[in-house]
Design a protein around this ligand. Structure first.
Ligand SMILES: Nc1ncnc2c1ncn2[C@@H]1O[C@H](COP(=O)(O)OP(=O)(O)O)[C@@H](O)[C@H]1O
Ligand SMILES: [Mg+2]
Length: 389
């Protein structure tokens, strides 16, 4: 993993004498007091974090905490009062106009909460617009636009008037427009916050699906903790212009750094945010499909279990055998592949715990956890799931 964006001690103060105000600022300043004394607003104070290439980094905080101010520093829509923003090793704060134009043209794109579309134009033209203003020839722009329109699930809507679309569809257009120039970095400022809950869930799913394929570096802003934990590889929590904690959802849930974060997450239903991989365990007993029933019995006995998963040489999950079936197999001279049950429950390691509860209630055995290629990476017991409820 390489670092894509380094935000180093970034401060943004709004007002004509921002630098001067910053110099006079006490470390433990009070935003309201600073405003009434100096008529300057501290938007972001001393923010530092890194975003890895291909990571979805979420910034969450209450309204007014400085999220938009911070994300707008990343493409210099806001010029920081102090600090550095290093992208691919270059400090973009030092860029001249030409370098900045290139940076915005090729490397970074933004999706806005209010869609910011041209409502009198159709979907195709809206998506192509971002390219034509960048100097891409019209025919080529339309071809590329058609491609990304398919990517975000808008196929067939190319000629639709944007003003006639629902909110969710509009934001798909916004996303397509941002993706059209194939940016390496995608900035999304409350991009889903205006959508109603069901549409919003669809869009979150869509983004996860797209991200699996495109592997962009995404900085995503939200004020919804569930959205943050669902989308974020890591999450930064902001309060009063400062970043108070950065971590994975698991780290933040299990180790809130202060009372504020604790209160922030206190009502979070962990099963709705924690993935299976955070509670799964290494299976203590695995049976190779080539093993004989007697060896399998010995394995199970040695590990004190009455059922075990069967895997091939590459640890691909094939099925499950029980102790009693295996004992019978010895008498009947049958092999492990002949007696194993293949109708067993298995889940992807990124499955959210709450989605597993119905399965856990039905299954008499631990549930197998597999990666995208079907390799067994762990098992999760009913007690691990139900005790997290
Ligand atoms: N252009 C601006 N001029 C003056 N103050 C601003 C400006 N933009 C934002 N602010 C102030 O900066 C603070 C952070 O705002 P913002 O970044 O929009 O918060 P959030 O996106 O978390 O709701 C707020 O106090 C806001 O009033
Ligand atoms: Mg905002």
């Amino acid at each position: 993993m390489s670092v894509k964006i380094q935000v180093q001690n970034v401060t943004k103060i709004f007002g004509p004498s921002a630098r001067h105000v910053l110099e006079e600022l006490e470390k433990e300043f009070d935003k309201k007091e600073v405003l009434s004394r100096t008529e300057h607003t501290v938007g972001v104070y001393d923010a530092s974090f890194e975003v890895e290439e291909g990571e979805t980094f979420v910034i969450i905080g209450l309204s007014g905490s400085g999220k938009s101010t911070l994300i707008r520093c990343l493409n210099l829509l806001n010029r920081p009062t102090a600090g550095h923003i290093v992208v691919d090793g270059e400090d973009i704060v030092r860029y001249d106009r030409k370098q900045l134009r290139e940076f915005r043209r090729n490397k970074i794109a933004m999706v806005f909460q209010n869609f910011a579309l041209l409502s009198h134009k159709n979907v195709l033209d809206n998506v192509a617009f971002g390219l034509t203003v960048r100097g891409v020839p019209r025919a080529e722009a339309r071809e590329r636009a058609a491609e990304v329109i398919g990517m975000v699930g808008l196929e067939g809507y190319e000629q639709s008037q944007v003003s006639a679309l629902s909110g969710g569809m509009k934001q798909r257009v916004g996303l397509a427009r941002a993706l059209a120039c194939d940016p390496e970095i995608l900035l999304m400022d409350e991009a889903f916050s205006a959508l109603d809950p069901i549409v919003r869930r669809d869009m979150q799913f869509e983004l996860i699906r797209l991200q699996k394929r495109l592997q962009k570096t995404i900085v995503f802003i939200t004020h919804d903790i569930y959205e943050a934990f669902k989308l974020g590889d890591r999450v930064a929590i902001m309060k009063d212009a400062r970043i108070v904690q950065v971590g994975t959802p698991e780290e933040i849930l299990s180790n809130p750094c202060d009372e504020y974060v604790e209160r922030f997450i206190t009502d979070v239903d962990k099963t709705r945010v924690l993935p299976v991989k955070s509670v799964m365990q290494v299976p203590s007993c695995l049976i190779r499909s080539s093993a004989g029933p007697r060896a399998a019995i010995n394995e199970m006995r040695a590990n004190g279990v009455s059922s075990a998963y069967v895997v091939d040489r590459d640890l691909k999950m094939l099925g499950l055998v029980t102790l009693s079936d295996t004992l019978e197999a010895i008498e009947q001279k049958r092999t492990i592949p002949e007696i194993m049950r293949t109708d067993v429950a298995s889940v992807d390691e990124d499955t959210i715990l709450s989605d597993l509860v119905p399965m856990a209630a039905q299954s008499s055995y631990p549930i197998a956890v597999t990666d995208a290629e079907g390799h067994l990476t762990g098992i999760v017991t009913r007690v691990a799931i139900l005790s997290n409820l």
